[in-house]
Design a protein around this ligand. Sequence first.
Ligand SMILES: [Zn+2]
Ligand SMILES: [Zn+2]
Length: 327
Amino acid sequence: MSVDFQVLLYYLFVRLDDPESIAEEQRSWGQELGLKGRIIVAEEGINGTVSGPREAAQEYMRRMASHPSFSATEFKIDDHDGHVFRRLSVKVRPEIVTLGETVDVAADTGTHLSPADFRAKLDDPDALILDIRNDYEYEMGRFRGAVRPPVETFKEFPAWLREQFAEAKNRPVLTYCTGGIRCEKLTAFLRREGFEEVYQLHGGIMTYAKDPEVRGEGFEGDCFMFDDRLSVPVGPPVSKCEKCGEASSRYVNCANVDCNRLYFLCEACETAHGLACSEACAASVRTRLRNARLAPLLRADGKRLRQRRHRAKVRARTTESEQPHTI
Ligand SMILES: [Zn+2]
Ligand SMILES: [Zn+2]
């Protein structure tokens, strides 16, 4: 496999007075350098994942390092054999990651822990380890002993934590996410709510996986990625093919477009039985013919995907008796 491309994952909380002109500059750099990916700019900073030929990725990082606003940006860098996005999208949004709460990251964010310090804290029996990602990310892989609150979206964490987590205010709380950005905001929220000891994994799972000292220890399964890679392996597999039970972190959407349920299915079982998640779904008329895996849907519209998944879940709950979702 040639590794002539690099994937960059990064964010920086920094006050930007004119996000529109920053977005314009990012767009022209991206076009000039041949980068693809997603960049979000807001008054609170920048958040991006981009892929490009190695030289282009290096040049992008050089430009960021000498930019008056972005010199402090830390990049998580992965080698890859091609682009992991189809196009470049640069958008201005109210937040670089949507929590829906006004928090002061600079003043309140939780203590950053290096992978080694985070690893050590995982052994504290008093510590609450909080996975603040989506359920489908958690199901693919997570830190041993981590709790994932039963909420649908990142925006719902604050209300849940406020109501259900209040008794934990004097216990150490450890949060983690893919690259660290969600932790920056959520730990700022926790501290503002009066949680005394709040820690976040610096650089997220991506940094933890590569750290030469911890090498992913304590993490089980793969890390979900919001790009064509879908996942990168970190620890021993935890997810299993729903049909044969073999270890698999291969997410597919059910062939029945009205179900569209996201589930683990190994390649052999797809070849043998197709993409339908149940016999009822296999008999459905409105099926897709080929594997339309998760990434294109997320690319097209993450919100619509979540709504569909939510509707599928509601349907599954209401029709559970006559429509089994596993074979
Ligand atoms: Zn299988
Ligand atoms: Zn189905």
